[in-house]
Design a protein around this ligand. Structure first.
Ligand code: RIB
Length: 334
């Protein structure tokens, strides 16, 4: 009995393309459609009636639930999801949860009713019960970025703890002798992992004390407030690692207002690699996440799950990279 994969192989196309021809959902050019129909005829392929039944509920649409669409990090990631989805003939619905669990649950209910083919969660409030619910309703999902690794689903994230250690090592190499950390909301796994990475990197130094770790909120204003609090307690700090770029930009602004020269008096390093880091003065050093790659990989895994060409969960942790710029370029201390 020929399968959809046999048809795809004979026609020299993807399973997703064969599925679109069978279910008439999504674009297929005429030449390709003829090849697929010829292969179906040659193989006497009979689409599985139940699978077709389920598949016919397919809408050729996936959803991405983001926590903060105003943060360029998520905008770039959503763009990558959309580019990859479009390659496979899927459209994308963007949902902004504002980090609110209730708003996210509403989205899930609405998306279920719309027979969405799959969901990418880039927010933080997904719980084990939510994952179980999605499984029960046979809705494939991928958790992107803010994902504790023990979730029973596919995950795409970057090396947060390792990235924090890279940031601290870089600040030390530029001659910093007392480095603080502005951390994001600790209910968010990425913020927690970066804080742990910072602690791991500095705990052996005699200058380290817990009050060098100050709370932020992953936003620009949180970076500004954190600098004011930090310098009240530690006016001799000469390096700041911020848990994301928006807080690092806020820190630059606060330091400028205080008349403190960056990097000569205090060097600043962020985390994410968003475009804002390039337009700041001085340009901001950051630990760049592979944002676009994370988004496109999450979409690729989700679509393989939807098409049934991927069964097991994938946990992908991608490398981050240091981009050194003028906010840390100091004359090495003598
Ligand atoms: O800037 C937003 C932060 O939240 C990023 O660091 C990203 O990793 C997300 O967790």
């Amino acid at each position: 009995m020929a399968t959809i994969r046999d048809v795809a192989k004979l026609a020299g196309v993807s399973v997703a393309t064969v599925s679109r021809v069978i279910n008439k959902n999504g674009y297929v050019n005429q030449g390709t459609e003829q090849k697929v129909r010829k292969a179906i005829q040659q193989l006497h392929f009979e689409p599985n009636a139940v699978a077709r039944g389920l598949a016919s509920k397919r809408t050729g649409t996936i959803a991405v639930i983001l926590p903060d669409i105003t943060n360029p990090f998520f905008a770039e990631m959503a763009r990558a999801v959309e580019d990859e989805a479009r390659k496979h003939g899927f459209t994308v619905i963007l949902c902004n949860s504002d980090d609110q669990g209730a708003k996210e649950k509403t989205y899930i209910e609405v998306l279920k009713k719309k027979y969405i083919d799959g969901i990418i969660f880039a927010s933080q409030t997904l719980g084990k019960e939510d994952v179980a619910q999605m499984k029960k309703h046979n809705i494939p999902l991928v958790v992107l970025d803010r994902a504790p690794s023990e979730e029973d689903c596919s995950i795409v994230r970057s090396q947060n703890s390792m990235g924090a250690q890279v940031a601290v090592r870089h600040l030390l190499e530029t001659g910093c002798r007392k480095i603080a950390h502005i951390y994001g909301p600790q209910e968010i796994t990425t913020a927690k992992e970066r804080l742990l990475g910072y602690e791991h990197a500095v705990k052996g130094f005699d200058w380290f004390t817990p009050t060098l770790m100050v709370p932020g909120n992953f936003r620009l204003d949180g970076g500004m407030k954190a600098v004011e609090l930090l310098l009240e307690q530690h006016p001799d700090v000469d390096g700041i690692f911020a848990g994301n770029d928006l807080m690092a930009v806020g820190a630059l602004k606060a330091l400028h207002r205080l008349g403190i020269r960056v990097p000569d008096q205090i060097a600043v390093c962020g985390f994410d690699g968003i475009y804002l880091t390039e337009i700041m003065e001085p340009e901001l050093t950051t630990v760049a996440q592979p944002i676009y790659e994370m988004g496109s990989l999450a979409a690729e895994i989700l679509i393989q799950k939807i098409n049934g060409t991927l069964q097991e969960n994938q946990v992908c942790e991608l490398e981050v990279s240091l981009i050194a710029r003028n906010s840390t370029r100091r004359e090495r201390m003598k």
